[in-house]
Write a protein that binds this ligand. Structure first.
Ligand code: KG4
Ligand code: ZN
Length: 355
């Protein structure tokens, strides 16, 4: 029997094991994270070693630095995840790892460590799609949430409305044609001279701003009402700032931030809720870093409730990148026997439909 056939047999055996412990690893961007997750939904530990302070100096993530920092932090992060969960390495039943999409050099660190650990422990290796991880973060605190449901995914690299038909079965109903929502937050923050990451910074100063001070555009797309476009909004905001600067006028940063944030949230809310209504879906989830935004959560929740739709959202720490969500998604892949061999590679542009 080949090594991979032995792993498939092991994975089959785990389906009837009472407690399945997965060690999960996430290194797709600028957080080095490791978690121990029991039976897919119970998080025993979730260690996140953030590189944000390093990248702040450059106003965004520098891929080469991110890879190096992952190499420095990964072993310690895994040790801590095992220690705080009181788990011995020998208790681990499977290794789950993000293999795409993301920064290739960053992904490769996690994938290489995961392959080495899976081989050393002789346990199945599970490859997880980063966005599937974000969606699955909703299962951790909401035991009652099961497919089918609709999910709005809003991260630094992705903005999409996904129909979760079953565990691991996704249909994209709409997506951004240009910038992701998080990317727009980051770019506007940079233009306003705020720190990276831009989302939390915009949210903070928007609190004291007037969301109606500027009438920024809300774009509708003819071909697919559930697609998004944020480049027009981004340009409108940046032009406004430049015009004020050129005229020697002060920039009302709080008003700009509040009006920009409101424009993004209006578009995300309207499209997602109308998609849920069209599909007759009464369960809606939101996922990804931008899901940590308070206004988005409040407005989505409020609008959804008006239409009899319940909103699910992970707590903010589980919205941004973390390994617990990867362990959760990995568990459902393991149950289906979907494991990877040791040839697993990082795939920087992995589509959700190809997994
Ligand atoms: O999901 P994530 O941690 O990483 C990616 O997979 O991209 O998302 C990071 C993005 C960044 O663009 C960041 O500015 C944004 O999420 N973000 C927020 C908030 N917290 C993080 N955007 C708006 N409001 C927030 N509170
Ligand atoms: Zn992410």
């Amino acid at each position: 029997m080949s090594y991979f056939e032995r792993m498939i047999k092991k994975a089959e055996g785990l389906r009837s094991k009472e407690d399945v412990l997965i060690l999960a690893i996430e290194t797709s961007c600028d957080e080095t994270s490791a978690a121990v997750v029991k039976n897919g939904r119970t998080v025993l530990s979730n260690i996140i070693s953030s590189q944000v302070e390093v990248h702040k100096a450059y106003g965004g993530v520098v891929p080469e630095i991110a890879s190096r920092k992952h190499v420095e932090a990964i072993n310690q992060t895994i040790d801590e995840a095992l220690r705080t969960s009181n788990t011995a390495m020998s208790d681990i039943d499977a290794i789950a790892v993000t293999y795409g999409p993301g920064l290739v050099g960053a992904l490769l660190v996690g994938v290489s460590v995961a392959k080495a650990l899976a081989f050393g422990l002789s346990v199945p290796l599970i490859g997880v799609h980063h966005i599937e991880g974000h969606i699955s973060a909703n299962y951790i605190e909401h035991p009652e949430l099961v497919p089918p449901y609709l999910c709005l995914v809003v991260s630094g690299g992705h903005t999409m409305i996904v129909l979760v038909k079953d565990y691991g079965v996704y249909e994209t109903m709409g997506q951004t044609l240009d910038d992701a929502a998080g990317e727009a937050f980051d770019k506007i923050a940079r233009t306003l001279g705020l720190d990276y990451p831009g989302g939390p910074a915009i949210q903070r100063i928007a609190q004291s701003g007037d969301p109606d001070a500027f009438d920024f555009p809300r774009v509708t797309i003819k071909d697919n009402p559930y697609d998004f476009s944020f480049s027009g909004l981004k340009t409108a905001v940046i032009n406004n700032i430049h015009n004020l600067r050129q005229a020697g006028k002060p920039i009302p940063a709080a008003d700009v931030a509040a009006s920009f944030q409101k424009a993004v949230v209006d578009v995300l809310t309207d499209k997602t809720v109308s998609c849920a209504l069209a599909l007759n879906m009464n369960r809606l989830a939101v996922a990804g870093g931008v899901a940590a935004n308070h206004l988005l959560k409040d407005q989505l929740e409020h609008t959804a409730r008006r239409h009899g739709i319940k909103l699910y959202r992970p707590s903010p720490v589980l919205c941004t990148d973390n390994a617990a969500m990867i362990g959760c998604a990995g568990y459902y892949r393991l149950l289906r026997g979907d494991i990877k061999d040791l040839l697993l590679n990082a795939v920087p542009y992995l589509p959700l439909s190809k997994i």
